[in-house]
Design a protein around this ligand. Structure first.
Ligand code: SF4
Ligand code: SF4
Length: 377
């Protein structure tokens, strides 16, 4: 058996659903696309991921010859109903930035060690375009919603790419969009207009981006501020957004399938309440939030902000006491967004809380949010 076959067998045995191999040649169309939309992607281009450099793997690793693209099926098991509409389904796989002592971090590490044992030098910290690598390695195609789809699975997948210095057998690329010709369901369903044409998304308008990338001290001018017109459309999403994948006919088979339950997720979901995220204790954060979402969100105050927006969008006065408590939170970000939520819910009880808060508020950003909320009521 060839090394290429050995690698594929090992990857499948580890639990990846697809393994494909492509060359380590550069990705010129990707580089051109990022450069042509610098205003939308400045936060990414200027980030530590260095995507433009990574799209030319040999510029970082001159000996690079091959990219091994693996696909992990993140929808093998049922997603607890309580988390639907709040957390993107991909996070059920706990795959993003997983530490090595949890299963998905260990799987990546085992793959890397296998490659090294078999004479491959594996690039460290080289971020190649993962969707494009997987399509060039023949294991995914594209959807107009910009997601990659794996045959027999759908788009709830996670892709990882390993760049190695060994020449391997290359798979036939599947660099194509495979949607039904007249389907635009994803574009029509996107609440913010982030999907503005087939295969084009403006991340700054995407709910998912705003839930986890809108943080202070990010590159490219990104801050923790979420514009009010986006907040209104975020519904109850606090991490990710599945709308353009949920409406997709290419995902229906999996979404409607009777899938096995995941006991860990059931346990996490049992007391997963937006109010607990809003007034987030260190214990709940450590026990419930972190194990589910090893992720881009670096500070619990951003979960609290997202929970405040979600509660505001419910319009339910039953949450006013929780929001009143959040108006006493040590973080001005949390107080500001709780004020927005109170303004969204409206009514005399919410107004009383806002007025009492304004009387003691000293932080400029929170004061501004309170004033806007009072003016709108
Ligand atoms: S994830 Fe949500 S906001 Fe982002 S493009 Fe899809 S539907 Fe639109
Ligand atoms: S909703 Fe339709 S157009 Fe959008 S990705 Fe799915 S199949 Fe393609």
């Amino acid at each position: 058996m060839s090394l290429s076959e050995d690698i594929k067998d090992f990857g499948l045995d580890l639990g990846y659903s697809k393994v494909g191999i492509t060359t380590a040649d550069s990705f010129p169309t990707y580089i051109a696309e990022l450069n042509s939309r610098r205003d939308m992607y400045r936060w990414y281009i200027e980030s530590n991921f260095q995507p433009i450099t990574g799209a030319n793997p040999k510029s970082i690793m001159p000996s690079a010859k091959s990219i091994i693209a693996v696909v992990y099926d993140a929808s093998k098991e049922a997603f607890p109903e309580k988390l639907v509409g709040k957390i993107g389904r991909l996070y059920q796989a706990r795959c993003y930035l997983t530490p090595r002592d949890r299963i998905n971090g260990a799987r990546r590490q085992l793959m890397r060690e296998f490659l090294e044992r078999n004479g491959c030098n594996v690039a460290q910290r080289l971020v190649v375009p993962e969707r494009l690598s997987a399509a060039r390695a023949g294991v995914v195609t594209y959807g107009k919603n910009t997601f990659a789809f794996a045959d027999g699975i759908g788009s709830f997948i996670l892709m990882t790419a390993f760049v190695v210095n060994v020449e391997l057998d290359y798979d036939k690329p599947t660099l194509e969009e495979k949607c039904p010709p007249n389907c635009t369901a994803c574009i029509d369903a996107c609440p913010t207009g982030a999907l503005y044409e087939p295969l084009k998304m403006d991340p700054r308008r995407c709910i998912a981006f705003n839930t986890f990338m809108a943080q202070d001290n990010y590159p490219g001018g990104v801050t923790s501020y979420i514009p009010p017109d986006i907040r209104e459309k975020m519904g109850t999403w606090i991490h990710g957004c599945d709308i353009c994948q949920e409406v997709c006919p290419r995902n229906q088979k999996r979404l409607k399938a009777k899938l096995p339950q995941n006991e860990f997720l059931i346990k996490v979901a049992q007391d997963f309440e937006l109010t607990k995220l809003l007034n987030l204790s260190d214990e709940f954060y450590a026990k419930r939030v972190q194990p589910l979402m090893y992720n881009y969100i670096r500070d619990k105050k951003y979960f609290q902000r997202n929970a405040a927006i979600a509660l505001g969008n419910t319009g339910d006065p039953a949450f006013i006491p929780d929001l009143a408590q959040a108006m006493q939170d040590p973080e001005e970000l949390v107080r500001g967004y709780a004020a927005w939520a109170l303004g969204k819910i409206g009514g005399s009880q919410a107004r009383q809380v806002l007025e009492a808060s304004l009387a003691r508020e000293t932080a400029q950003s929170a004061r501004k949010e309170i004033e806007v909320a009072l003016a709108a009521d």
